[in-house]
Design a protein around this ligand. Sequence first.
Ligand code: NAD
Length: 362
Amino acid sequence: MKITVLAGDGIGVEVTREAVKVLSAVAKIYDLEIELDEQLIGGAAISATGAAFPDETKESCLKADAVLLGAVGAPEFDHLLPEKRPEIGLLQLRQALGGFANLRPSKAFPALIDSSPLRREIFEGTDLLIVRELLGGLYFGQPRAIGETEAFNTMRYSVAEVERVARVAFESARNRKGKVTSVDKANVLETSRLWRETVEKVAKDYPEIELEHLFVDACAMHLVTNPTRFDVVLTENLFGDILSDEAAVLTGSLGMLASATVGGAIDLFEPVHGSAPDIAGKNIANPLGAIASVAMLLRYTAKNTEAAAAIENAIDKVLAEGYRTIDISNDKENFARTDEIGALVAKYAVEFASVRSNSQAV
Ligand code: NAD
């Protein structure tokens, strides 16, 4: 498997180093042949080549099976026009890869439940995945315009666009708890009625998966009052943008969260956080979001559920043993460093993976 690694800027470099450490350790146990190609993106790429997404980086990505991204953005470029800044590299990357489904898991880590803004009894047991349509809807619909006295945007979806993202949600539910909640506003919007009809049709191919429909306002409410009722939440672009941030904040830390963008020519995996210039270069960033992104890569691109689970179990174990980076530690004097967490997850992931492969050999 060819993976292009784009560490980017700030803590992107530090967390990606740990993610690669974990990936390489687990790959060895499972005899996965992994070829890593490190390339530049963002501010680092502008400094070296003048472009935020250089041709060489693009070529490497387009030849890869998956791209692992850290984060982009650095304060020294903040004075530049938006089209010259590091963040434009991210948009160009996403465009080049063409993924239409953004997947964001959100889960209650047993050891971190008290960091959630929700009460323990509400949040405990939460383990959900938001599947957000990424290339359609209000953000891309034409026509769009702004005038002196009015402005408008267009919400538009085709059956094909809904169908392909619905399939990603149903396939994901197969490997999880077997339930899809499709979120729309079908009582008001025609696009939502088409959405609902199309999801119903796709559901016929997945008789073992339970399907429910929720209006987006009800979904927003259930996310904070009863998040354990969800497994896979399937929704369109705008609703997904809002709901995935709402679901993210429930977990108590930005540094823990992974994401995947799939369905295009090449899959993209990245933590949801940015380059965090305020803590960059200090070896204190939380690498677990980046490491969990590697687990998603193994699950979605390599289709190796066991290797993914070995990493996820290792993350749980590290947290259960009390290791915390400063963002999730109650003790701001004594806390684990970025590289320490990476090394521990790698060690435990190898242990979990070895137990599995040995028991299979027996
Ligand atoms: P940010 O996510 O970088 O940081 C927000 C806050 O969360 C900061 O206080 C930071 O220290 C903390 N934080 C984030 N990740 C953490 C981690 N892994 N461990 C510990 N603490 C963590 O968002 P921001 O400050 O709004 O943006 C900083 C830069 O990152 C900007 O240039 C922005 O454009 C860029 N950005 C990039 C991406 C991306 O590459 N996908 C996403 C968001 C922001």
